[in-house]
Design a protein around this ligand. Structure first.
Ligand code: GLU
Length: 451
């Protein structure tokens, strides 16, 4: 990372972050990415740097690391590590998902928690930023094993949570099943049916309509706003979506509803090309019901559908690319390929899926790039709506909730553009998202004093 690009005051902040958080490459990357946008803000408002708001933003309010022992189906003791990084609560209770994946370590949780602060701020809702998870790998584990793990995880984490304190949700490896086991254990230990302590709950036990679909739908609504601001639409557009988990599936669903066609998606084993458009019912059956691999999709679909083992899904030509799998999945080579094949819009459904090299290539080539903080904020925004419903012991219809999600995505889009304009970078969604997200949380931090 070239710190010469940073405003001198921000360079000092970044040097300190590097020094205090050794070996946490993803966290460094996430901080650097935000700081590169804040130069014009510091130039206009030196008080943000002088009151150490930016320094304080880079230091989590609290970090919890704990042991998670559990017994597998063969009676063997397994050991994992649990994390919760409560990053910033200036705007509301800490809010952000839990990720269960073998790659999880403190640096990943911190990058996600840091991003979450700005994303949550951008939604305009009263939610702070946090993230957590474990290096537990749910793949290939039985329901009973997942339940025992979740119960052990929650037996420690419950004491740090609360509807006014810290409200987790899902992320990679954590869906409604896991939220159910964790919420159940929280309820048992505390003897409280505190619906607002988790989001992403099932519809019969305090969940919200549209929460399952929200991240994928929201990303597509965001792209639709970009297209509409240019007098265009999804109609007839070719799209490629990486991943085939919750975000990817519902992004595909909404693109098809809006008249586009998704011709490829992937998982960690490879990707499929389906020129007729992904058959969503089949994909859902394989991924949501069977928890199977993407190769099964090509086998079942037959015809011209092709499975490519390994390789890059970004080799498929498209107008719109939505990376919806995981961090740093779309690198400089993939970006070059997409630019060559004429891709016009890239929007991040996952958190930080594009490497800094890819983002730079997109900018240089005039490809519109929507960063995750803005484009995938629909998930957490709908979590905010779930909290509202829980607080009022109400539940809204699907149509109502989806309309509110679409409205929030529209507002985030406009906020990005207006802010980018105001700071002399018209059309730059990265600058717009970082600056708008930053200012709201920074102003709250100043107002709340040195805490
Ligand atoms: N994990 C999701 C995200 O990255 C959702 C967080 C939430 O709903 O709290 O934004």
């Amino acid at each position: 990372m070239n710190t010469d690009d940073l405003h001198v005051k921000l360079r000092a902040v970044f040097d300190e972050v590097m020094r205090r958080n050794p070996g946490e490459a993803e966290f460094h990357q996430a901080v650097y990415e935000v700081l590169t946008s804040l130069g014009p803000v510091v130039a206009k408002h030196p008080e943000y740097a002088d009151t150490a708001v930016i320094r304080r933003l880079c230091e989590p309010e609290r970090q919890i690391i704990f042991r998670v022992p559990w017994i597998d189906d063969s009676g063997i003791v397994q050991l994992n590590r649990g994390f919760r990084v409560e990053f910033n609560s200036a705007l509301g209770p800490f809010k952000g998902g839990l990720r269960f994946h073998p790659s999880v370590y403190l640096g990943i949780v911190k990058f996600l928690g840091f991003e979450q602060i700005f994303k949550n701020s951008l939604t305009g809702l009263p939610i702070g930023g946090g993230k957590g998870g474990s290096d537990f790998d749910p793949k290939g584990r039985s329901n009973a094993e997942v339940m025992r793990f979740c119960q052990s995880f929650m037996t420690e984490l419950y004491r740090h949570l609360g509807e006014y304190t810290d409200v987790p949700a899902g992320d990679i490896g954590v869906g409604m099943r896991e939220i159910g086991y964790m919420f159940g254990q929280y309820k048992r230990i505390t003897n409280r049916y505190e619906s607002g302590v988790f989001t992403g709950k099932g519809l019969t036990w305090g969940g919200s309509q549209v929460r399952t679909e929200a991240t994928g739908y929201g990303t597509v609504f965001f792209v639709d706003e970009i297209l509409r601001s240019r007098g265009k639409s999804f109609d007839g557009k070719r799209a490629v979506v990486s991943g085939s988990g919750n975000v990817a599936i519902y992004a595909i669903e909404k693109i098809h509803e809006l008249g586009g066609v998704v011709v490829g998606c992937s998982d960690s084993s490879g990707y499929v090309v389906d020129e007729k458009g992904i058959d969503l019912e089949l994909l859902k059956e394989i991924k949501e019901v069977r928890r199977g691999r993407i190769a099964e999709y090509a086998d079942a679909r037959g015809g011209t559908t092709e499975f490519v083992s390994g390789g890059s899904v970004w080799d498929i030509p498209c107008d719109v690319a939505l990376p919806c799998a995981t961090q740093n999945e779309l690198d400089g080579d993939a970006a070059t390929e997409l630019i060559k094949s004429g891709c016009k819009i890239v929007a991040e459904g996952a958190n930080m899926p594009c490497t800094p090299a890819a983002v730079k290539l997109f900018a240089d080539a005039g490809v519109t790039f929507a960063p995750g903080k803005a484009a995938n904020a629909g998930g957490v925004a709908t979590s905010g709506l779930e909290m509202q419903q829980n607080a009022s012991r109400d539940s809204w219809t699907f149509e109502d909730t989806e309309a509110r999600l679409a409205e929030i995505m529209g507002r985030i889009h406009d906020r990005c553009l207006t802010t980018a304009d105001r700071y002399g970078q018209p059309g730059n969604y990265v600058a717009g998202a970082n600056i708008a997200g930053f200012i709201r949380v920074a102003d709250a931090m100043v107002a709340l004093g040195l805490v």
